[in-house]
Design a protein. Structure first.
Length: 138
């Protein structure tokens, strides 16, 4: 059986910088390479990582990141369907979170995937109140 994941920006950042939880992200990516997992990430969440790298390390590093992320076994979602639009809007209206976070959570909900994240501050309340699976990396 294939396990589905949506990866958010903080999980990808932990992997890129070998922070706490990177090993769990690496395991999910290895499973994707092996064909036992599917990993998705919305392009808006990729943008979160891109601009953070751009701000901290410059344009060249950000471009290198973008090239590398496209080589990972992650399906980048670059559209915003009506279903995604309304679910992200509902989540944004119901909980205090960024647009990017609402998109990551909506992506997980719609795909019936686990959201791979470390962001307890943003998502613990959603984990308690919604029928959305979270895969905590720390």
């Amino acid at each position: 059986m294939i396990t589905k994941y949506v990866i958010d920006a903080c999980a990808l950042i932990s992997f890129l910088y070998d922070e706490q939880g990177a090993d769990k992200v690496q395991k999910v990516l290895e499973d994707a390479y092996a064909g036992t997992a599917e990993v998705f990430m919305h392009k808006i969440n990729v943008l979160e990582v891109y601009y953070n790298i751009f701000r901290a390390e410059g344009e060249e590093k950000a471009r290198l990141f973008y090239t590398q992320v496209n080589e990972l076994p992650i399906t980048i979602i670059d559209n915003l369907s009506d279903t995604m639009f309304t679910e992200a809007g509902r989540l944004k209206a119901s909980y205090r979170m960024s647009i990017a976070d609402s998109i990551a959570v909506a992506e997980a909900a719609i795909r019936k995937a686990a959201l791979l994240t470390s962001d307890h501050h943003e998502f613990d309340i959603i984990d308690e109140k919604e029928d959305i699976e979270f895969a905590w990396i720390r």
